[in-house]
Design a protein around this ligand. Structure first.
Ligand code: PGA
Length: 248
């Protein structure tokens, strides 16, 4: 199975910088990524421009969020169907920054997951515990709760896929990454629970939180970790190129 690398560019890059970034990646010269599914999630304002990227570039497009309705009077919101029309195949749902700054609850995340799947997008469903929950030995309970509430009522058809990103909140943007073995243990729990909830065992589980060029290989080569979701380091062309090059 290919390893998945997701670049979450958050709000780091302007439209101009985003388009230049793609052109500067070494893969634009040697587009042979047989080991990697590379998914770039730029800001919404860049999706249109990204659609016209060279067809030879082995890059899939994702969005960083979407709304749970396809159409209607929802000022400022983004329809999952529109993301699909703009060439997105993936969408990040339930990122901890959405939960923290925009009040997204597990119920809202569940609605978004359903809407994304209905629009033929593969959700990248983010979850993870806070530092306080980890210290109180509540990390597993928190993750299971997010899974149970987030996946409520979801049944995947044979053609639908789901990616789960385990992103401990204490590790995001802090430089304090989760040790690969600790992440792998959580991945096992996530896979077991997802299998129980969906009746399918093939949801890929990624690790995210302070992944950089020094620690990426430990996750990417770990048999129980299906890939990485990279934030800050993915918005720096040289560093991100080093992360990708660990696998090709
Ligand atoms: P980080 O962010 O790599 O900057 O820690 C990861 C994320 O928020 O998805």
């Amino acid at each position: 199975m290919k390893k998945i690398i997701v670049a979450n560019w958050k709000m780091y890059l302007s439209p101009k910088n985003s388009v230049e970034f793609l052109g500067n990646l070494p893969i634009s010269q040697s587009p042979n990524l047989s080991n990697i599914e590379l998914i770039i999630c730029p800001s919404f304002t860049v999706l249109s421009a990204m659609k016209s990227r060279p067809a030879s570039l082995p890059v899939h497009l994702g969005a960083q969020n979407c709304f749970w309705k396809e159409r209607g009077a929802f000022t400022g919101e983004i329809s999952p169907a529109d993301l699909r029309e703009l060439g997105c195949e993936y969408v990040i749902i339930g990122h901890s920054e959405r939960r923290q700054y925009f009040g997204e609850t597990n119920v809202m995340v569940n609605q978004k997951l359903l809407a994304a799947l209905a629009a033929n997008l593969t959700p990248i469903f983010c979850l993870g515990e806070t530092a306080a929950e980890r210290e109180a030995d509540q990390a597993q309970a928190r993750v299971v709760e997010q899974l149970q509430q987030g996946l409520a009522g979801i049944k995947l058809s044979a053609s639908q896929n789901l990616i789960i990103a385990y992103e401990p909140i204490w590790a995001i943007g802090t430089g304090n990454f989760c040790q690969p073995e600790e992440a792998a243990a959580m991945h096992e729990l996530i896979k077991e629970e997802t299998w129980k909830l969906l009746g399918r065992e093939n949801a890929a589980v990624l690790y995210g939180g302070s992944v950089d060029e020094k620690n990426a290989a430990a996750y990417l080569t770990h048999p129980k970790i299906d890939g990485v979701l990279v934030g800050g380091a993915s918005a720096k062309p040289e560093i991100f190129s080093q992360i990708i090059s660990q696998l090709y």
